[in-house]
Ligand binder design. Structure first.
Ligand code: MN
Length: 238
């Protein structure tokens, strides 16, 4: 890694605790007749590309962030521009395709921001076990930390094709739940707030683990930033 790149990654401090909403805030341009068009951007990572070694190798992290995540940001921007142009032209002939792209790229951007934010270097913010409020809530809703990890790992490993596994909080009944996500936007129940996600698209692990998704999932526990996940729960319960 070059000094320049490392400086870039740490220049603005990355993602501070509780900054998810701010991290996803895009800059607004002046309102136009077709509505305000905003420009989403790739936010700085809160660590260097090699910071999650050996769980996630530097090449995978750099490619994942600079190419895959960036593609969703670009796709989201392109979709919003196309929608604005469609409104300006009073032409809704492509609305079904644009709606699908909007969900795919928008969810792709959001989930990657959450994924980067809930990881930290192993032994230096990453790994160990949840504590405090989060530990109590997991024990209440899953029986034990181990039972939760078993369910989350099994769900992660068995996502069909490309997708994610998420720990969500459901405000309606004050409950945590684990759900699979296909692509970025499918199997979504809507009445939940995501607290933690693991990316199980092949691009997240294939260079190092090849087809052994299970090895990646088991190793991933060593980079989970539990204090951050706990802060997400506290924010969700407010
Ligand atoms: Mn990804």
């Amino acid at each position: 890694m070059t000094t320049t790149r490392r400086s870039f990654l740490t220049a603005s401090g990355g993602l501070a605790a509780g900054a998810m909403a701010g991290a996803l805030t895009a800059s607004a341009a002046a309102a136009a007749p077709q509505g305000t068009v905003i420009e989403h951007s790739l936010i700085p990572l809160p660590y260097a590309f090699d910071a999650l070694e050996p769980v996630i190798d530097a090449e995978t992290l750099e490619t994942h962030y600079t190419r895959h995540h960036a593609a969703y940001v670009n796709g989201l921007n392109a979709t919003e521009r196309a929608l604005a142009e469609a409104r300006a032209a009073d032409d809704m002939s492509q609305i079904q395709s644009l709606s699908r792209q909007y969900a795919f790229h928008g969810a792709g951007h959001y989930l990657h921001v959450l994924y980067w934010s809930v990881m930290a270097p192993p032994g230096n913010g990453g790994g160990g076990d949840p504590a405090g409020l989060l530990a109590g809530q997991i024990a209440k809703d899953f029986g034990s930390i181990e039972a939760f990890k078993t369910q989350f790992s099994a769900a992660s490993i068995s996502v069909e094709a490309n997708g994610w596994c998420a720990l969500h909080y459901r405000p309606a009944d004050d409950r945590l739940l684990v759900l699979q996500i296909e692509n970025h936007q499918n199997l979504t129940p809507w009445d939940v707030i995501p607290l933690m996600v693991i990316d199980v698209w092949e691009h997240a692990y294939y260079l190092k683990y090849q087809n052994r998704r299970g090895d990646y999932v088991e190793a991933w526990w060593d980079v989970v930033n539990w204090p951050r996940v706990s802060a997400n729960l506290e924010a969700a319960r407010e």
